[in-house]
Design a protein around this ligand. Sequence first.
Ligand SMILES: [Zn+2]
Length: 340
Amino acid sequence: MRAIVLEEHDGPLAVRELPIPEPGAGEVLLRVGACAVDRFDLAVRRGLREKAALPHILGHEIAGEVAELGPGVEDWAVGDRAASTLYLVCGRCRWCRRGRETICERFGGHIGVAIPGGYAEYVVLPARNLVPLPETIGFPAGSILANAIGTPFHALTARMHLLPGERLLVTGAGGGVGLHAVQLGRMMGASVMAVDLGPDKLAAASRYGAEIAIDPTVDDLTEAARAWTGGSGVDGVLELVGVATMPATLASLAKGGRMVVVGSHTGNDWTLDPGLVFRNEWEILGSRNVSVDELATVVDLVASGDVEPVVAGTYPFEQVEALHERVREGEVIGRDVLVP
Ligand SMILES: [Zn+2]
């Protein structure tokens, strides 16, 4: 099979011919239909965060068609279309049994880091990670469901419990996760304020339903949020950026407001006044990706047309370097996708 291989951390990506892998017990061989690309791939490539054993195949956002079943896999058939969640989980610990497998006590790492990923014509995945993908959802759209749509779906439903009529602020709103957060917020009956850098991303967020869109390097984010809500502040903050925007977004929260933190790529240090938290009864929550049950709901939301998957572009393997450059420069509106 053809695969994009990382032979040294921070080194080039090379298209190589490799043997097709064999699925083990509980696993399936998936013919990759598409693999979405995001900043996480760039970090893995550089050897930051979890370190992949080399040589390595990147790619953690995968959709495709079942090509072969490993021993003991009974609920899938060759030819079935599927989308995958992102993590290796045990399926048996207390969190897995409660449907919260993204905080699995025996977390096994990311697909595309701990095991070879989807930058290849074939990939072996645990059957428990897969959900059926209908014919009406193409593989490029299918590949962005778990991360770009699943992440904000879990954050806004299971964690924030966003309600109709509420005001939601989304940072990083013009990115792959953000544009779907804006759509989901609108779908759930909230009004959405988008925060991102540059006119293109703000225009995209507005196009997908944001009522106002603010560049915090141009306008004061907190003042804008207060003005938008008549002074009361926003009910929910979906924080996809992290500490670069958290002081301003926290100051934008209404009494009883909830901040859900998903992003942390702008640093690790943050100062919090506990007095503000208890006096305002603020809730500050973490949210990690999406469960396989929730991913099945995301598939339904896309199939029904309630959420539009924003695929920015599709690229053949030979253009992976240009694609990574686009992601590195923050040029992608939505998600870019590799197609074998
Ligand atoms: Zn578990």
